[in-house]
Design a protein around this ligand. Structure first.
Ligand SMILES: [Mg+2]
Length: 272
């Protein structure tokens, strides 16, 4: 082995040491982002697929670990189809939807369900007002008063009717609309904490490449600092692409590309 290839392999060896130690602490789980982590970034996102070698390794890890989860911004069914590995849990739409391994359709995460209930409750308090339309977006809503005769009076009346919003919701003023939006929801940190708690994980490996993964990294770092878990935080570069400096800074170790992630997974699974 040349000196330069030894240097290039150093992050992989370090990632393997950290991840192995974490996964030895059962029950253990692997939480991974999809795009740019398990899959190379491609020009057409619809054509993304697992890096070579990742499929067999993930299949082996599914049977060995308490949970293997994809935590992604994608719709859960898309992520499952693109991954094609049976037995994985998918936390999609930034963790607001959970797709169980054997389920045909995703369900709202516990946190998202309670936000949904609070949102429906708030919208039910609104009076019928001419020129006001409600745009229900599932976990958020926009109440448009653009077409009301007296916009200011209508806005005040709507705000009065909404009153105090339930936990997990906040009110923002849009352009001639009131926006009801979830707070502290829809980030990957909430998803990671939910999964870790649900499976009672002691060992956790988390992998991601982008700023949306930082919440997941922070959740694992905080739980590790509190002595609740043994964790390994693996950042992934995009090969030629720039890694956001925050991602590099928050990770224990930075792998060069999704291809190196596949090599790590194969080593963890004892194959390849
Ligand atoms: Mg990504």
């Amino acid at each position: 082995m040349t000196e330069s290839s030894r240097r290039a392999d150093a992050p992989l060896a370090r990632a393997l040491a950290l991840a192995s130690a974490a996964l030895d602490d059962a029950p253990a789980g692997l939480l991974a982002d999809f795009d740019g982590t398990l899959s190379p970034i491609v020009a057409d996102p619809a054509l993304a697929r697992l890096t070579d070698g990742a499929s067999g390794a993930l299949t082996a890890l599914v049977s060995r670990l308490a949970v293997v989860a994809i935590v992604t911004g994608r719709a859960p069914l898309d992520a499952r189809r693109m991954t094609g590995v049976p037995g994985m849990l998918v936390a999609g739409n930034h963790g607001t939807e959970l797709l169980e391994p054997d389920a045909d359709a995703p369900i709202l995460s516990p946190a998202a369900s309670s936000v949904r209930a609070a949102l429906d409750e708030a919208l039910a308090r609104l009076p019928q007002v001419a020129g006001v339309t409600v745009e229900h977006k599932g976990l958020s809503a926009a109440v448009h008063y653009r077409n009301a005769v007296d916009q200011d009076a209508t806005r005040d009346r709507l705000m009065g009717a909404l009153g105090r919003l339930g936990d997990g919701l906040e009110l923002r003023h849009g352009r001639l609309s009131l926006e009801l939006r979830p707070v502290g929801l829809g980030d990957k940190g909430v998803a990671a904490r939910t999964i870790i708690k649900r499976f009672g994980l002691r060992g956790v490996v988390v992998m991601g490449d982008d700023v949306t993964d930082l919440d997941m990294f922070a959740a694992v770092a905080e739980m590790r600092a509190a002595g609740q878990i043994r964790g390994a935080i693996i950042g992934v570069g995009g090969g030629d692409a720039e890694v956001p400096p925050e991602v590099a800074g928050a990770a224990d170790v930075l792998l060069a590309s999704p291809a190196d992630v596949a090599r790590l997974l194969e080593a963890l699974a004892g194959i390849g």
